[in-house]
Design a protein around this ligand. Structure first.
Ligand SMILES: C[S@@+](CC[C@H](N)C(=O)[O-])C[C@H]1O[C@@H](n2cnc3c(N)ncnc32)[C@H](O)[C@@H]1O
Ligand code: SF4
Length: 452
């Protein structure tokens, strides 16, 4: 049987362990979160520094495939109140520390960060920087929508230290674009990519998705050819996550029958991956491709690559503070997520409370599993030679991996697992063998998209 057929089952993307549906919310409290947050800060701030993720949720129109936390509005008057709340939340965190944090990494995600006008983004970032120090060689990045990223946005963010941006492209085919309600001509993407290069951005990434409604291999190949002509430093090649059962996701603008069959979706992935490799891109972990000149490739080679809620990153920080509605913070010892509505978030911050509504405190076992899963997702190998990596469940885990070893996806020797070239596509399945929380408690309803 075709391996993709065999291993294409619902599974997590492992931007965290435990994954959000398996968080133990009963053992979590904001007080415990603050404790681990302070501990993590003390352990890591003077070493490399910390990361900040700022969620900017607004978009002017709804793309019907989108699974992100967003709020659709054309009213730009929402910008001021939202920025004021994010700055208040930041001050709450800094006050807890009694010392200026050192920022190594900062990412603006969304929603659409470029919904905000450049002056407001400047106000937001200057407010963040006022209470902090900036690490050496900081890594600042943002997600830009090609339709509304202006030269002013690019220049303003560059002057504030941003050197990396990613653009949502998805697909260039007009019929696909019409169906997902996202008309975005190639010329727009070309213009913002060139403008960013001219200004001095060092790494430009394009997001593409396979498995969208009405996609064919011909349309996908044409999209990749157009992408090639702009030579982005990185390409995210995402599998379309069709999750219409999650409330609030706008995936209703098309019929299930408009989606490519499972067979065609696999073909889009396999041929797409081959074409990207022919064009000189190297696959990094899962979903990501990079030119050998990009820092992401270097970090994969040096084994400094890290994976968190923002996806892969070329630097590794222990503490990530997520600001804004729905943002998730990670202290390594715990996760905490903010309120998922704009109003609820602003209300709580204005009342002087951290807007955290749920989270998870990791126990010793979670930490061990987390290290294994990160090793697999980032370095395509893991080992249980050292005592602090030896889970009592190792024999069962190895039992679950046996079939994958027979299928040539992994090699296990001397307490060491290595993902083979053939196994790269299946890193999520390999990581799932270690996911003790998921194995012990199978969900009653479907919660994950397919692994391929
Ligand atoms: C927050 S959006 C990008 C920024 C900006 N809002 C834009 O649309 O250009 C982040 C990326 O998530 C990806 N994405 C969103 N929904 C998805 C889904 N259902 N399946 C796969 N990828 C998805 C898209 O590639 C998108 O570019
Ligand atoms: S893809 Fe981007 S612009 Fe479209 S709805 Fe999602 S976050 Fe907003």
């Amino acid at each position: 049987m075709n391996l993709i057929n065999k291993y294409n089952i619902p599974g997590p993307r492992y931007t965290s362990y435990p994954t959000v549906p398996y968080w133990d919310e009963n053992s979590f409290s904001t007080e415990k979160w603050i404790e681990t947050f302070k501990r993590s800060f003390d352990e890591s701030n003077d070493k490399g520094g910390i990361s900040i993720y700022i969620h900017l949720p607004f978009c002017e129109s709804l793309c019907t495939f989108c699974a992100c936390h967003k709020r659709i509005t054309k009213l730009h008057s929402v910008e001021d109140g939202y920025i004021a709340a994010v700055l208040k939340e930041w001050k709450m965190y800094v006050d807890l520390l009694g010392k200026k944090p050192k920022i190594k990494e900062l990412h603006l995600g969304g929603g659409t960060p470029t919904f905000f006008n450049p002056q407001n983004l400047k106000k937001l970032l200057e407010g963040i920087f006022e209470l902090s120090v900036i690490a050496e060689n900081p890594e600042f990045s943002f997600e830009g929508h090609p339709n509304n990223t202006s030269t002013d946005h690019l220049k303003t963010l560059y002057s504030l230290g941003f050197r990396r941006c990613s653009y949502g492209v998805q697909d260039y085919d007009l019929k696909v674009q019409q169906t997902i309600n996202r008309i975005q001509p190639f010329e727009k993407v070309e213009a913002v990519t060139k403008a960013a290069r001219d200004i001095g951005y060092e790494s430009i990434s394009h997001d593409l998705i396979f498995g969208l409604p009405h996609q064919t291999w011909e349309s996908m190949a044409a999209t990749i050819e157009k992408t090639k002509s702009l030579k982005p430093d990185r390409i995210a090649f995402y599998s379309y996550a069709h999750v219409p059962w999650i409330k609030g996701v706008g995936q209703r603008g098309f019929d299930e029958s408009d989606l490519p069959s499972a067979e065609l979706k696999r073909e889009l992935y396999e041929k797409g991956k081959n074409l990207l490799e022919e064009l000189g891109y190297i696959e990094i972990g899962m979903d990501h491709f990079s030119l050998p000149t990009d820092s992401l490739y270097q970090s994969m080679k040096d084994k400094t690559i890290h994976r968190n809620f923002m996806g892969y990153s070329s630097s590794s920080t222990q503490l990530m503070i997520g600001l804004g509605m729905s943002a998730i913070s990670d202290s390594w010892y715990a996760f905490a997520q903010n309120d998922k509505s704009v109003e609820g978030y602003i209300e709580q911050v204005n009342a002087g409370e951290l807007p955290v509504f749920r989270g998870h405190i990791l126990n010793e076992e979670d930490l061990m599993v987390r290290r294994h899963i990160l090793n697999i997702m980032c370095h395509l190998e893991t080992s249980w030679e050292e005592k602090n990596m030896q889970l009592p469940e190792m024999p069962e885990i190895i039992g679950r991996l046996e079939e994958m070893q027979q299928d040539g996806l992994i090699e296990i020797n001397n307490n060491h697992l290595k993902v083979t070239e053939k196994g790269r596509t299946f890193v999520r399945n390999i990581a799932m063998a270690f996911d003790l929380r998921m194995i012990r408690k199978q969900p009653e309803t479907r919660i994950f998209s397919m692994t391929v």
